[in-house]
Design a protein around this ligand. Sequence first.
Ligand code: PLP
Length: 866
Amino acid sequence: MSDNATTLNDDLELEVVTDIDPAPASTDDTDTATAESRPTKRKPTHALALAPVGSPPSSVDGFVKEFLRELNFGQGVALSTSTVNDQYMALAKTVRHYLMARWLETLRRQFQSQAKGVAYLSAEYLLGRQLGNALLATGLTEIVEEGLDQCGIDLADLRAQEVEPGLGNGGLGRLAACFIDSLATMNVPCVGYGIRYQYGIFRQTFVDGRQVEQPDSWLTLGAPWEFPHPEAAQTINFGGHTEHYTDTDGVERSRWVPGWKVKAVPYNYMVPGYQNGRVNTLRLWRSVATDAFDLRIFNSGDYEEAVRAQTYAENISKVLYPEDSTPQGKELRLQQQYFFVAASIADLLRYLLPKDYDLHNLPNRVIFQLNDTHPVIGVPELMRVLVDEKKMDWDEAWAITQQCFAYTCHTLLPEALEVWPVELLGRLLPRHLEIIYRINEEFLEQVAERFPGDHLRISRMSIIAEFPERAVRMAYLATVAGAKVNGVAELHSQLLRDKVLPDFDEFYPGKFTNVTNGVTPRRFVKLANPALSELITDAIGVGWLTDLERLRELEPYATDEEFRERFREVKAHNKRRLNRVLEQRDGTSVDDTHMLDVMVKRLHEYKRQTLKLLHIVTEYDRIISGEVAAADITPRTFIFGAKAAPGYKIAKDIIHLINGVGSVVNSDPRVEGRLKVLFPPNYNVTLAEKVIPAADLSEQISLAGKEASGTGNMKFALNGALTIGTDDGANVEIRRLVKDDNFFLFGLLEPEVEDLYARGYVPSSYYEKNESLKRAIDLIAEGAFSNGDRDMYASVVGNLLHEDRFMALADYESYIEAQDKVAAAYADTEWWTRAAILNVARCGFFSSDRSMRDYIDRIWHTPPAY
Ligand SMILES: *Cc1c(COP(=O)(O)O)cnc(C)c1O
């Protein structure tokens, strides 16, 4: 292979550009071609000569040449004087070139085919680092490794240089990232739409054990994966008032006269499929001030006002909201939601559809998937566009809208169901409020028709809540408008129908469905765990990465002693790898003779990090009270990873307590090093990729009926950790698949939880009845982890003993019993390894490719296409 890289690049310059179809009956632009590059005269050539799927698209020499060119002419430095960041930027841009041809080709074919696609609307995308995934997608990893080696550069160092875009809080945002990965890999047309936050999820540090938040300035060292397209900006209106008039045909119409506006500038990101030549698009919006607005103020000579207006506009995409934060800033949050959804809908109508497209066909062209309620304002927005702008009849527009949206609910906590005060919504989006009122009016008429005289039901089902203030229930709006409503695990979907939205389930038979979440095996197995991936491929061949159910073929190996030995070597290798990371970032390490017991996820009361903590304190107490000799305790390292929303006081107190317990346990000589508590700060996707493959035990211990699904649980099982968990979320399905023997179940079942709520949960009764629980709580309360200070953790203790809606104490006894079983089981190395292998073999179901198939079959009806 001589110099394919150069050839491919020549292709880029000579062919790709000419290849962009000046969109048939085009609007003013195609998706990515700039006005300058868009050819007008040259005739379109054939599709790009893409490298055959699976084979590397270039030679080492070709890569090196390209890389150096980027370094010299892109970064403007010589190899000898370049920094790691220069090298990283040059590499990212080189890899990006290879993907670019495929991207343009995907866009071209997609536009030509006009096949139905998914517009995934999500306020969050927790993408993780891009470089490794781009290399994996292009099959370039080895070539790049070798090429860089020739330049005296270690690929691992460049990977480590990347700051991950933390544009999400946790599971919900990571799910969106997994889904768009799977759709690209499965050749399904999809555009992900969201917000390009200037500051993503905060960077967490600890000061004296307390969480301190630092701004996440992920853009400062350069953003090589994004492509701004200012020429495709949309204008987004806010405020003002509405007017009603009769048009020339005598039809009553409304129009919105906005009070102010901002510009939404799209930034495109590549979403490469796994070695299939496809690259889908993630389009994130940034807010900037409109030129017109500036000019008007400028003309008035008010410089300060012009700057202030600009700041105001740019605030909209400035920061990601941490969930559960205080209500202040709520208005900005609604602005964010409308901002990105309105921009996305306008974008789709303007660029992805041919001009003069008959919008009655819109449901055959696109489905908007609402990732939770954050984008639900898109429902009245589409109605507004169809009725006010496109002059469509209301009933026709509503019929179209009801086919174009589908809604995913992500919670069971009533307080997490979003509502917008009518006052606020009416002030910010007056026309949308009118539309919502009309939707509600017509909906409630239908309800009244079906259930005459049932006023209670009518007020229960109203999209407008009256108490404690008039407010729009976004989940209800989404349910009324959506063609389908889905929960994210079997149990969750059932509870959604039975407990959260039962009236709607009765009213709309067949509307509710389940799609159990999944995770992408490309990132969370192949990239995160190369050693395990190699072992799997050695055993069952390639193919499992895009057909994860094939992991079943590993089952026979669970009884193969040699395989088990290799499997253990993989775990040990991953622990050493984790140690290098921990040593470097925090100066800590995992003892490689220890069981690695991991709880990583957002800090939330319902997830019950406190229960995990009570177990650790109990183990510690067993040693210091002399109940058990330290030497007889199963040695364990506990790892926590968790961010608390900055305004969530008790969650931050729990973090403080975890660190307090850790510092005492880790330094008490009586423990003889057999227990260790680590809490590496700033848990994110990058850290998850290192921690999860090293874990032996996965903690999934939410109160039954509170965790909608969880996806961390899936990542662990697929990486060969056993789960200790409640009968909650997707744990239920994991346990069914891996079988009871290979899963440590504990705790109340969901109906028992309901029952206990009904009877009245009295936490202190558990404290009084259970001696070891009492001792653990007393140790905390009496200051064993705060130098005798009894006040320091009083809030956490008080909460556990007197409030705690999540009933940690009720599950304590059962949890400790299960943990004792875990310890005994871990001592039987062969048993443990066998069970861990079976977890991997039986969890192929949890690929997000399967989730996507389910969405396609049950909701979207968007087969693979261009
Ligand atoms: C998977 C993932 C989550 C979700 O974890 P759960 O245990 O399901 O809550 C959160 N954060 C990151 C960084 C993840 O990778």
